[in-house]
Ligand binder design. Structure first.
Ligand code: T4K
Length: 401
């Protein structure tokens, strides 16, 4: 392959069909459609129906956790967990996360205090957490970004020492483990997202899992407006219920979970093999000792070495019909309303600020084949090998990022 073969310089794109980050994994269609038909026959569409109950039980037993409460999405699950646990004042969270983690707090007028991440794991740095604690701090929410578990032990110790509540946004970490125990068992509660773009999806959906009986009982009522019986409301609640059609998708996805993981793992290994040795490009590595869903293929681009910037690489790939993403640019602290509330937050977030300029997420999942991975990596290899020349040519062209 040569520079003239790149679509950005006028050649046809390498891929006819777009390769998206976040293409949904879909399990066995016949099983799904059968479940939907049964649901229609039953005429029970939502409000704690049989599929939702079954999904909750199956997830609980898969993770070895006492309670699973299915919800309409991960954001509402976070809001419910935060409210039910009584968080208030300030809560320490990473800025390197999807904006929903911060919004779930601010929505309830709790201040997210943004903490820096460990550049090796991309998760909240426990040593920086301690420096952010004030008399108003009520809790810490760690995020298992990319399915990479936070330093749960260190965070648990800090929370205990300062009498803070600890929770995890485990949106990316369904099916992952920490020190041999499934994610879902740590802190007061952990929250999953089952959004279409997640490796296990229920179209839209999420869940709160916890081993705390009291908290689980409260969340169950809160997700149904706070009703504790037909005419009796005992809490401020919301409509956080998962629908039956979502649970049908979840039950079907669960049946294919091992296949999804195997495909993701094979793709990840192929990326690792193909990208090895490309200067300035490093693939985020997952330890082999833990269970992992390999849902995210994450590159870090060192543009001083590659000469092309991360964003130029995204544009080059996009012209080839590869829709790579730069999560979580520019960091929650750079988005409204946080940017206006804390204009100098970045001073305390040097690693986050570096990371958001380097990270690039590539497509994987069942819609992506090994051949496509190789072809995609060949483009990256060529671009980096000719970095200086590509950069000069690109600087003469308008860019979309
Ligand atoms: N905490 C964390 C750490 C999270 O990552 C998230 C969600 C949450 C909390 C909140 O959970 P939810 O309330 O969402 O359950 C996407 C998702 O909407 C969001 O769920 C996810 N994180 C976030 C990381 O990514 P966008 O803005 O990137 O979505 P969008 O529409 O640009 O789609 C992403 C890619 O997926 C595109 O390449 C297109 C492709 N796609 C998407 C959908 C929906 C498909 O191919 N088919 C589809 O059906 O936010």
């Amino acid at each position: 392959m040569q520079l003239e073969d790149l679509a950005i310089f006028g050649a046809p794109p390498a891929f006819n069909e777009p390769l998206h980050v976040g293409r949904p994994n879909i399990g066995d269609r016949a099983s799904l459609l059968k479940r939907i038909n049964d649901m229609l026959d039953r005429r029970w569409l939502t409000n704690n129906g049989p599929y939702v109950q079954e999904l909750e039980l199956r997830i609980g037993s898969l993770l070895g956790v006492k309670h699973c409460i299915a919800t309409c999405n991960g954001t509402v699950a976070l809001e419910l967990a935060i409210r039910a646990a009584g968080l208030c004042g300030e809560v320490i969270v990473p800025s390197f996360t999807f904006i929903a983690t911060a919004h779930a707090l601010q929505w309830q007028e709790i201040t997210p205090v943004f903490c820096d991440v460990d550049p090796r794991t991309h998760t909240i740095n426990p040593w920086r957490v301690e420096e952010m604690i004030t008399p108003r701090t009520s809790g810490i929410i760690g995020v298992h970004v990319w399915g990479q578990p936070c330093d749960v032990e260190a965070l648990t110790e800090i929370a205990r020492k300062h009498n803070l509540q600890l929770m995890f946004d485990a949106s990316h970490a369904f099916g992952c483990s920490y020190k041999g125990q499934m994610i879902g068992n740590f802190g007061e509660a952990e929250v999953f997202s089952f959004h279409a773009t997640k490796f296990f999806n229920t179209f839209e959906g999420g869940a709160i899992v916890t081993n705390n009986d009291e908290l689980a009982a409260k969340i169950r009522l809160m997700k149904n407006f706070g009703f504790a019986g037909y005419d009796n409301v005992v809490y401020i609640g919301t409509n956080g219920k998962m629908s039956e059609v979502s649970a049908a998708m979840g039950l079907t996805s669960l049946e294919s979970l091992d296949d999804f993981i195997s495909i993701n793992y094979a793709n990840y290994k192929q990326y690792q093999h193909e990208l090895a040795g490309i200067p300035g490009i490093s693939l985020f590595t997952y330890g082999d000792q833990e269970k992992c869903n390999y849902q995210y293929v994450v590159l870090e681009v060192d543009e001083y070495v590659t000469k092309v910037t991360r964003d130029q690489l995204i544009n080059i790939l996009s012209a080839e019909n590869v829709l790579a993403r730069r999560y979580f640019y520019p960091g929650c602290h750079q988005m409204e309303p946080y940017r206006s509330y804390f204009p100098h937050a970045g001073l305390l977030l040097p690693e986050t600020e570096k990371l958001v300029r380097r990270v690039l997420v590539l497509p994987t999942g069942i819609a992506v084949g090994l051949g496509e991975v190789s072809q995609l990596c060949e483009i990256i290899r060529l671009v980096v090998a000719q970095g200086e020349e590509v950069r000069v040519k690109l600087e003469k062209k308008p860019t979309s990022y």
